[in-house]
Design a protein around this ligand. Sequence first.
Ligand SMILES: [Fe+2]
Length: 487
Amino acid sequence: MILQPSRFFFSQDDPALRPRILLAAAAAGTSSSSSLARKPGHHHRKPGGGGAARAACRHLAGLPLASVVRYARADGAGPSFSAPSLSHGSFSCYSAGTYLSGALHRATMGPLDPGVPYSYSVGDPERGWSTAFNFTAPLAPGTGASAAPYTLAVVGDLGQTADSADTLAAIVSRGLGGPAPGAVQSVLNVGDLSYADGFQDRWDTFGRLVEPLASRVFHAVIEGNHEEELAGGRAGFLAYEARYATPSNASGSGTPLYYSYDLPSAHVAMLGTYADWGPGSPQRAWLAADLAAVDRARTPWLVVGMHAPWYSSNTAHLDEVDGMRASLEPLLLEHGADLVFCGHVHAYERTHRVARRRRHACGPAHVVIGDGGNREGLALHYISPQPKWSVYREASFGHGALTFANATHARWEWVRNQDGPGAVPGDAAWFVRGGGGGACSVADRAGLVAAAQADFVASLAGAGLSGSARTAGVGYATETAAAVAVA
Ligand SMILES: [Fe+2]
């Protein structure tokens, strides 16, 4: 069905006028002048077939559309919403089979005052505005040891079921932005977003479902296998790339499939499971440069987000991307990564500090948080006995919250949906930087990095390191089959 442009593009209910994409761009803009502009400029070819499909999108050509956001501080300390600032952006669109997207607007607000509430609406001065939304500008990045405590919500494999809605409601119930302790200041989403799986209008419904969250705080996403779709007979990340803004250019990656950004006391590297991660790949070179440029005085914590786990003892997807681990783990160990968040497995699991597939005081802790609530259900089965590196594992829907207390201590909570708001977390832990009081010496780390590098070199001689985990457009089918197999 082809909708009438006059109705589709300018309705107040038009997903193209909704602000979820806008906020990602805004968050990148607020930090670009400080932390992200320092990165070396690697500009890589975007994987996927998105460019060709976008070039074929002509249904909006020639229409007099504007992409404007008007905004003002909502705390009374600046110009009111009756005298707002205006930012002008641009729009794109895409087609996939008979599906024609709405106009996907991107505009960057700013400069914004960090941590300050703003009101904003999006639209076109000639045709009207969306309803007003409120959001909190991202906290100032890179404030190091002086950063006040703040909370990051972590979610994965969300989808758009009743369980997904419960997960989102649980995050929203913490409070979004604002100064209250425990209020969520940004969201780390480790991928498998809409489970559209080629049905493009599911991206629109997913956007509406996530809007109460994504319209109010920075929502950082990275691709999962369900973001790779067939469109026009080609596999690629068409909808993901068209709909989600990431600070990819500012962080030097040049692709939304992997990038980085800064929080007040943490550098967050988002890795691409479905981009090339092998030896000699642009991603590996980018990650090495990105991590080498981190100033741990500005961002003491080093956090990694990605889709498929390196450490999981669930039978679903077991060791599926061990080649990625072999290729990239040496870099995380060399630069002292503290925490790794991932999804893909529809369950929860937290590990001890690990490296080279065993416990090690110099490695990061890994958390599988693929329990957001998607339609494929939970991954119920685990290998037995539980590996020594695994602390806690459970197949229940929920979300995580990480509160950075200071430069050395962070509090982690995993909350089940069925326990309700305010319940005792299903799992909780303090993460302590520095190996927990000197357990990881300089010599220990040097030895570990050398061993991991030797593993990597040895793996090059075998057939273990292929380029990426891409599955040529059938990733969703593969995962569906796996979920059925373990159900
Ligand atoms: Fe997945």
